[in-house]
Design a protein around this ligand. Structure first.
Ligand SMILES: Cc1ncc(COP(=O)(O)O)c(C=O)c1O
Length: 387
């Protein structure tokens, strides 16, 4: 079966963050929203059908986490990422940002230092700050058009108050799929220095054809003993409104502490999340293959478009997912002016680079998980206002 990713679906009026918050975020509803990270593709029909089928039963009573859901997730992870997970290390967590906040509260104390590697997904530094922890910035370097970690600087910054590092694997923004060697070195430094690694792998299932995701905890014993990994089907199958993810900790002590926080907060999922997630993992391979092929072509289109039409603007070719990091710095505009140009003149709503922390100046993040006609329209609008 061929899935149709060209379909334009009107999402306005559904309480969609991406569409119905435009006035609040951009000061106007008259923008094409290519910002917050959900896709404009129809959620796969097999998921919609499974939810409809559940609705046929007339009682939505208390529903337990199906044991088969964790098993299905473990099978998916072994098949796609060659990582064999024991269900006993695995918990359901409503959302990954919730999980990151829980991890901060579980494993660190107020005043501790937490390392993040910007530019990076904003909750990575907002969550530590909201919890009264200090953020240590270890800025990524751009080498030959790709992000690299500065591991020397990382090691130098760690002191005895540094207790956690939050990793985006693969990386948002930029779509970098971290290589084994980098992850091994990171694991070794953090293990030696007693810095727990929280690896957020929400984008793991969406690597491009020539890249392979490596789960952080799978790279070495040091990594397995010293990490908590988050994964989810939410981005992969365009069901983030369903709210559901998984936390995995191969080290039983790390696992027990996190599990205890879940119990204290009485956090669990809901019947629709369980249904959607299990169905996605059981039936999603072919939809995901086709969706990623479409998104990878979108990424190539964006990169090639700027190269040809607007060489002063440079888009970094992602290695995964549906987000493209675009460098407008050669236009020599202040961030506020750049935003104004894009929002008021081009009428395009992107994520401002500065919201991703140091290194985001002069950049914008574009969400390309949308029909190609929208992406092309956005590129034409940007090109004409910049020109
Ligand atoms: C790296 C990363 N982690 C977490 C999330 C959000 O996860 P959740 O909706 O499960 O809190 C996002 C969404 O963009 C993300 O890019």
């Amino acid at each position: 079966m061929n899935y149709n990713f060209d379909e334009i679906i009107d999402r306005k009026g559904t309480n969609s963050v991406k569409y119905d918050l435009c006035e609040h975020i951009f000061g106007s509803n008259d923008v094409m929203p290519l910002w917050v990270a959900d896709m404009d593709f129809r959620t796969p029909d097999f998921i919609i059908d499974a939810l409809k089928q559940r609705c046929e039963h007339p009682i939505f009573g208390y529903t337990m986490l199906p044991k088969t859901l964790i098993e299905t997730f473990c099978q998916w992870t072994e098949k796609r990422h060659a990582w064999i997970i024991d269900p006993a290390w695995t918990d359901f967590v409503p959302g990954i940002v919730t999980g990151i906040n829980m991890a901060i509260q579980t494993y660190t104390n107020p005043g501790d230092k937490i390392i993040v590697q910007p530019p990076v997904y904003p909750p990575f530094f907002n969550a530590p700050q909201l919890n009264g922890r200090h953020v240590i910035w270890n800025q990524l370097k751009e080498v030959n058009g790709r992000f690299e970690m500065d591991l020397e600087a990382l090691e130098e910054q760690i002191d005895d108050r540094t207790t956690m590092l939050i990793l985006s694997n693969p990386h948002n923004p930029g779509g970098r799929v971290w290589e084994r060697d980098t992850l091994e070195q990171l694991a070794s430094i953090c293990y030696r220095k007693g810095v727990l690694v929280i690896s957020d792998e929400i984008h793991a299932d969406m690597t491009y054809v020539s890249h392979r995701h490596i789960p952080f905890a799978s790279v070495s014993d040091e990594a397995a003993l010293n990490s908590l990994v988050f994964m989810a089907p939410s981005k992969t199958f365009n069901i983030p409104g369903i709210i559901g993810s998984f936390a995995i900790a191969p080290n039983p002590t790390i696992y027990r502490r996190f599990h205890n926080t879940l119990l204290q907060l009485d956090l669990h999922g809901n019947l629709f999340a369980y249904k959607a997630m299990g169905t996605a993992y059981k039936q999603g391979d072919e939809w995901l293959r086709q969706m990623m092929s479409y998104v990878e072509t979108n990424a190539q289109t964006v990169v090639a478009y700027f190269e040809k039409e607007l060489p002063m603007v440079h888009a970094m070719m992602p290695e995964s997912s549906f987000l493209v990091w675009i460098d407008f710095s050669r236009l020599d505009l202040k961030d506020k002016e750049l935003k104004q140009l894009l929002v008021e003149k081009a009428k395009i709503g992107l994520n401002e680079g500065i919201s991703f922390g140091p290194g985001g100046e002069g950049h914008q993040r574009m969400n390309i998980g949308a029909p190609r006609s929208m992406i092309l329209e956005a590129l034409h609008r940007i090109s004409s206002v910049v020109k």
